[in-house]
Design a protein around this ligand. Sequence first.
Ligand code: ATP
Ligand code: MG
Ligand code: MG
Ligand code: MG
Length: 450
Amino acid sequence: QLSGYGPHRFYHCDPERGKRLVLSRVFQPQNLRGDQVLSLEDRSGDLTCKSQRLMLQVGLIHPASPGCYHLLPYTVRAMEKLERVIDQEMQAIGGQKVNMPSLSPAELWRATNRWDLMGKELLRLRDRHGKEYCLGPTHEEAVTALVASQKRVSYKQLPLLLYQVTRKFRDEPRPRFGLLRGREFYMKDMYTFDSSPEAARHTYGLVCEAYSSLFRRLGLRCVRVQADVGSIGGTASHEFQLPADIGEDRFAVCPSCGFSANTETLHSSQTDCPACWGPLTKARGIEVGHTFYLGTKYSSIFNAQFTNAQGKPCLAEMGCYGLGVTRILAAAVEVLSTEDCIRWPGLLAPYQVCLIPPKKGSKEEAAAELMGHLYDLITEAVPQLRGEVLLDDRTHLTIGNRLKDANKFGYPFVIIAGKRALEDPAHFEVWSQNTGEVVFLTREGVTEFL
Ligand code: ATP
Ligand code: MG
Ligand code: MG
Ligand code: MG
C-alpha cells in the first residue's frame, strides 16, 4: 500500500496498482493533450488521408519507417477487439487458429514459382548459412506443405479450416495512407481443405457469409464483388470492398440485377452490366477482404492428399481467404470519422466510457470524489465494462477542453461530473457520442443506461 495512491485520490491512481484506469498514464507520443496541441505539419510531410492524419494526431500510431508504424495502446486495444470478433466468426464455421512462422524458406516459394512471380514485393533475406528466406506476404505455400506432411488425413476429418492473425510483409511500391497500405501489416488468413469441389464451394460460401456477418457487426457496409485471382491464382475470387473516396480500387454494381465486380475484371470502359445489360454504377472502394477458390493449384504441387471413402488418395480442394486486420481498423476510422473526430465501430472502440471529473480548484471539485465512486460502481455493476472505463484525470484542464478531446477520441460514452453532480441526488451528464444525445442521470441511472 502506497500512501497517496488510495482510490479516493483517484487523480493519482496508478493503473498498475489501483483499479482505475487514468488517461494521464496512457502512452500517446506526440499526442493532443489539451494544452499541448502539436501541429501536424511539424511532424509529417506526407500525410495523405483522414484516418492517417487523425490516428497520428491523437497518438494511435507512430511512424517507424516508410510503410511501418508503431501501433500504440489505443490501436492495440481496438485491434485485439477486432481479432476477438474475427475469432468468433471464424470459429463459428469451424475455423481452428494456428500461427505459422513469418520466416518462410525459399524452396517453398520456388516450388510454386512465386519466388520469381512475386518479384520485388517479396522481402528476401539469408540466414548465416546462406539459406534463403522471405518474410511471409501470405501463407498458401506454408500451410499446404504443413497439411501435406500429414500422410493419413481421412475424408472424415475434412473440411479442415485453418486460420491465423499474423504480421505480413510486402515491399509495396507505394506504401501510403497509414495503416491502409503498409509494408508490414496484420492479416487474418484462412486456408480450407475439402474432399470435393462441391464441398469446397460450400465452404467458400460459408466463409463469405462469415465475412458478411463480421462487417455487419462492425457496422461497415461492404460490397462483395467479383475479383481477379492475381498472383494467388485459382478459379474464382471475390473482394469485400468498403466504399470510400480514397479507395484505390474501383468497382461496378448493377442496381437492377445485383451483379458486382472489381472493374479490373471488366473492360475498363464497360458501362453495361454483363449479366442483364442494365447500366452499371461505379464507385471507389478499399479492399478489406479477399476470398479465393483455389481448387488443387497448391495441393497438387505439395501433394496435400486425403484418403477418400474407398481408401484412395485424392488431392484436397482448397480455398484461401484474407482480411486486412490493420486495414479494416484504418478503413473504419476513414469512413466513420468526421474531419476532426474519430469514430469507431461500437465493438472496436478502444475504451467504451470516458469519465470527466471537474477541474482542480473549481467550485465543483467536491464532485470529483463522486466521479470516483461512479467509476467503481460502473465497473462493478456492468461486468462487460470492466477495463473499458477511462478516467480523464487531467484535472488541470477545464471540463470543456477535456470534452473536446473526448469527442476527438470517439469514446462511445462520455460522462461529466458538472454542477449537478453536487445536488442531492447527484446527476451526471451522459453523452452518447454516436447519436449526440445528452442526458442527466443519477449514479444508478448511469449504470442502468450503460
Ligand atoms: P491490394 O490490392 O490493396 O494491394 P491485395 O489484393 O494485394 O491488396 P491480398 O493478397 O488479397 O491483397 O491480401 C488480403 C488482404 O490483405 C487484402 O484484402 C487487404 O485487406 C489486406 N492487405 C493487402 N495488402 C495490404 C497492405 N499493404 N497493407 C495493409 N493491408 C493489406
Ligand atoms: Mg497488393
Ligand atoms: Mg487487390
Ligand atoms: Mg486482393
